[in-house]
Design a protein around this ligand. Structure first.
Ligand code: C2E
Ligand code: MG
Ligand code: MG
Ligand code: MG
Length: 278
């Protein structure tokens, strides 16, 4: 009977949808395990100055899945955002990255590097976020002046006054704040004036398009000019070719991140690269 009922129930589901639901549930369970079993890692992608010297890195989350191999965050972060698992993942990322900078701080070359850490809107919104960061900074011995938190415009879907207050609290810890994927989200230009930011990152979509598409070029140009006028730093992401680099330099951009300068790579490889080019 139970079997029959089961069959009847299943008939109401679209098998394709059912498969998708199962896949999500499985991924969710696996992700829970991943955190406890040490399957997560941070990769580091160089950020360079106008001369191509490494001035920092962005920490990017990777999952060494026991069967699937290396999984990129695009495949699990959106799910983790929905389920709330991003809070535990995000905490792990912060803890790991800050501890890493605390170690770099002891090294004559690596101590000078900035480290950018992605923070999801949901993480930022937690009541304890600022307190948690304060504790993690103390425990890790990280230098807050070398740490940048990368925030996204999805933050601005909530009360902006409150967002500004949290940002100010973070900056009073000595941290820098960067607005990631700028130009793709919800922010109006007016927010750039009000938010206590240090930097914006030009979204890689504009960089990818700017040599063929005049509109992308106009947007990239305008973001750089606007950032300068507002006294903000500006980093171009997704710089893949010399032509991209030249074009951005001509527009006044001085900080870059992209495959042209290095892909995200494991810690040891990044450290070696940074020391070799210092
Ligand atoms: P993002 O923060 O905008 O990071 C930049 C993404 O662009 C990274 O993808 C990086 O590998 C990729 N990228 C960099 N240079 C190039 C290039 O020249 N060409 C191309 N095609 N891609 C380039 P990744 O590592 O797959 O991360 C994707 C997104 O996942 C990130 O975008 C960020 O939104 C999210 N993410 C990654 N790690 C974390 C994390 O620790 N916490 C949170 N909340 N989100 C994270
Ligand atoms: Mg980022
Ligand atoms: Mg980005
Ligand atoms: Mg992105």
């Amino acid at each position: 009977r139970a079997k029959e009922e089961g069959r009847n129930t299943l008939r109401f589901f679209d098998p394709v949808m059912q498969a998708a639901v199962n896949q999500r549930l499985q991924l969710q369970a696996e992700l829970h395990k991943a955190l406890r079993q040490g399957e997560l890692a941070l990769f580091y992608q160089p950020q360079v100055d106008a001369q191509g010297r490494i001035v920092g890195a962005e920490a990017l989350l990777r999952w060494h899945h026991p069967e699937k191999g290396l999984v990129a965050p695009g495949l699990f972060i959106p799910l983790a955002e929905e389920t709330g698992q991003i809070l535990a993942l995000g905490r792990w990322v912060l803890e790991t990255a800050l501890r890493q900078q605390g170690q770099w701080r002891q090294d004559p070359v690596l101590a000078a590097l900035n480290l950018s850490i992605n923070v999801s809107a949901r993480q930022f919104r937690q009541a304890e976020f600022v307190a948690e960061l304060r504790e993690l900074l103390l425990a890790s011995g990280a230098d807050p002046r070398r740490i940048k938190l990368e925030l996204t415009e999805s933050l601005l879907l909530q009360d902006v006054e409150q967002v500004i207050a949290i940002m100010q609290a973070l900056r009073s810890l000595g941290l820098g704040l960067s607005l990631d994927d700028f130009g793709t989200g919800y922010s109006s230009l007016g927010y750039l004036k009000r938010l206590p930011l240090d930097q914006v990152k030009i979204d890689q979509g504009f960089v990818r398009g700017m040599l063929q598409d005049e509109k992308d070029a106009a947007i990239a140009h305008s973001i750089i000019a606007l950032a300068h006028r507002l006294g903000l730093g500006v980093v171009a992401e997704g710089v893949e070719t010399e032509a991209h680099h030249r074009f951005l330099l001509a527009q006044g951009c001085r900080d870059f991140q992209g495959y042209l300068f290095g892909r995200p790579e494991p810690l040891a490889d990044f450290e070696q690269r940074a020391k070799a080019t210092a």
